[in-house]
Design a protein around this ligand. Structure first.
Ligand code: BGC
Length: 510
């Protein structure tokens, strides 16, 4: 148990554990900013595809039937973008990321976080080349697959890097820094699309090529940042690990933390089959919650808005430029509200943010759905005032997502696992995110076409389910040291305690 406590406070330690002598210093901040550009790559991709797939030049060149449909006077508003190839363009990236993240977890532990980030940036840059130079739809999809591999690698390495390099008491905030970069990436992409839409016929090429900027930043920056002490020690480079720890903590007094990391790595070596350990009954609560947090995050319907915001706004009758502008507005709301989350998450707690957001998202989804149903006939368009109302409702919705299910979908899975199953468990959370992002991206335009405005009611029903889940099954984890989760959270919970083995607290080994 003593070992278990020591490990956890060094390894994760949000809200408790030992007070190590490390403070936030300029070098650590620089390292975190450089590494988070991985989040920028991810966000830029989320934001760019919707705008590009709404550009006439792009559609005319690669998706001619969509282009013709779009300009057909009597075409049904809700169906003009429904095309499997177009959806595949957006969603292929997530499928690739899903597969790549399993390889990435291997590379990450065998060759380190820094190397994994370099691989990520390199593959991503290849994808950007394919996309920017595309003259055939196969090149486009191939490029997206490469981008997806890059993202799979980056999303595996960057959050791990941030967690391992951050001083213990700032770890939570630095986790959400990754999500903040995701939202900034989405916003930048929306702005780029807003300007590139006016440049004919190659504006879309610039939009796709600029994805190379965050990847270049990550690649160049990765030569400046150190490998994490944990990764160095895990791979037998004890002295270098100690040196790096001194450097990032800005003090010679790191012995205690160093010893904790050494213990953590010894423990990690003893667990031969983390995935098998994860399948045991006592891991059920954490595993179920980690997966459901990500599944529910996607069933909020956020990516229906993020990927397709410009398409969606055009669907409800905005012109190209106005719709991209509206997407920029929602992007700004997304960034600002994520900052709100950084400030509030350790004050109000996770459950409070999630529940408040469920109520806010439910009301706004219902309002968007009914407004469109009443005011938007299949072939008509909205009046100016109704359009503005819809944009405002979308902002109310995005705002609540951004301070709740967005960042907490990543934060909660990272803080609920005991040390022996943490990385394996987190890998499940990441791959669930990619899988359900893929499913929503692939299905949304078809759903919009067949369900029309009722698609918003579909997501509203899910919001009720996730609200009930939060009330009954999600325990509060604010301020609880990670190593005490089993005793203070799972063993006390009315439902999950039946999965806990009361006799053997602390890590188990296989
Ligand atoms: C989600 C993405 C989403 C983004 C929006 C992330 O946490 O995983 O799917 O597009 O937030 O800000």
């Amino acid at each position: 148990m003593a070992v278990g406590m020591a490990i956890s406070s060094a390894d994760a330690g949000d809200g408790g554990g030992f007070a190590f002598d490390g403070k936030m210093n300029k070098f650590v901040i620089l390292c975190c900013i450089i590494a988070s550009t991985g989040g920028l790559m991810f966000g830029y991709d989320i934001g760019i595809s919707g705008g590009v797939t709404a550009m006439d030049d792009f559609l005319e060149k690669f998706f001619h039937s969509v282009y013709l449909k779009k300009h057909h006077a009597h075409e049904d508003n809700y169906c003009k973008y429904n095309n499997q190839g177009l959806q595949l363009f957006t969603s292929s990236l997530y499928l690739a990321a899903l597969v790549a993240s399993f390889f990435a977890s291997y590379v990450c532990s065998k060759y380190g976080r820094k190397f994994t980030m370099q691989v990520a940036a390199f593959i991503f840059l290849l994808g950007v080349l394919f996309n920017g130079a595309a003259f055939h739809v196969a090149m486009l999809i191939g490029g997206r697959l490469l981008l997806g591999c890059g993202i799979g690698f980056a999303n595996q390495a960057v959050p791990l890097f941030l967690s391992e390099i951050a001083p213990v008491k700032y770890r939570g905030g630095l986790n959400i820094l990754f999500q903040l970069m995701v939202t900034i990436g989405i916003l930048i992409a929306n702005l780029v699309n807003f300007f590139m839409e006016k440049i004919h016929p190659w504006g879309w090429r610039v939009s796709l090529s600029l994805a190379g900027v965050p990847a270049m930043l990550l690649l160049i920056g990765s030569f400046v940042i150190p490998e994490t002490p944990t990764s160095l020690i895990e791979r037998g480079q004890q002295n270098q690990g100690l040196e790096t720890l001194r450097k990032i903590r800005g003090t010679e007094n790191v012995e205690k933390e160093y010893q904790e990391i050494v213990h953590a790595c010894e423990m990690a070596h003893e667990v031969k089959h983390p995935f098998r350990n994860l399948m045991k009954r006592k891991s059920r609560p954490q595993l179920v919650i980690a997966i459901l947090m990500q599944v529910f995050q996607q069933f909020t319907g956020i990516n229906a808005i993020m990927f397709y915001a410009p398409v969606l706004f055009q669907t409800i009758g905005f012109h190209n430029n106005a719709s991209l502008m509206s997407a920029v507005i929602t992007g700004i709301v997304n960034v600002v509200s994520t900052i709100v989350s950084i400030v509030l998450v350790d004050i109000l707690g996770r459950r409070m943010l999630l529940l408040e957001a469920c109520a806010q998202m439910f009301v706004s989804q219902l309002a968007i759905g009914s407004t469109l149903m009443v005011h938007l006939e299949s072939t008509g368009s909205l009046t100016k005032i109704t359009s503005i109302a819809v944009v405002c409702l979308v902002c109310v919705y995005v705002m609540s997502f951004a301070w709740s299910w967005g960042p907490l979908g990543w934060l909660i899975p990272s803080e609920i696992f005991p040390v022996e199953t943490r990385t394996a468990g987190y890998a499940f959370a990441v791959s669930s995110n990619m899988l359900f992002t893929f499913l929503i991206a692939q299905a949304f335009l078809s759903m919009l076409c067949s369900m029309k405005a009722a698609v918003f009611f579909f997501f509203a029903v899910w919001i009720i389910i996730m609200g009930l889940f939060t009330i009954f099954l999600l325990p509060e984890t604010k301020g609880i040291p990670i190593d005490e989760m089993t005793d203070r959270v799972w063993k006390q919970h009315w439902f999950w305690r039946r999965f806990m083995d009361h006799d053997t607290p602390g890590p188990s080994r296989v």
